[in-house]
Ligand binder design. Structure first.
Ligand code: ZN
Length: 109
């Protein structure tokens, strides 16, 4: 649940600030979630992620995943949500996208 006070605060913000907040949240979510060692087999054993759909666009891989965060969570599994994966400097980077993967993003990246 989003606290009402926070909701009210957000309502006052303009669009550009909301975009910044969204980016901040997606970073925070990526940090909290278990790191992915690599773009591996679609279903690795013991993973807390279930991949429902996978799409490729250029160097990006997009996956629709259901995530189990683990302990003491009554909301598990979460999602499904889209994540983008790409290689950068020998590492796999990922980005939380959200419930919808829009077509524009697919073409652009
Ligand atoms: Zn959970």
């Amino acid at each position: 649940m989003i606290p009402k006070a926070l909701r009210d605060l957000l309502k006052e913000e303009d669009l550009s600030t909301l975009y910044e907040i969204r980016d901040l949240l997606s970073d925070m979510i990526s940090m909290r979630e278990a790191p992915l060692s690599k773009i591996g087999p679609t279903r690795d054993r013991g993973s807390n992620r279930e991949v429902i759909e996978e799409r490729h666009s250029g160097t990006m891989t997009f996956r629709l995943e259901r995530v189990s965060c683990g302990k003491n969570c009554k909301g598990c599994p979460h999602g499904p949500y889209w994540y983008g994966y790409w290689r950068e400097g020998g590492k796999t980077r990922s980005k939380y996208i959200g419930k919808n993967l829009n077509a524009k993003r697919l073409k652009k990246e």
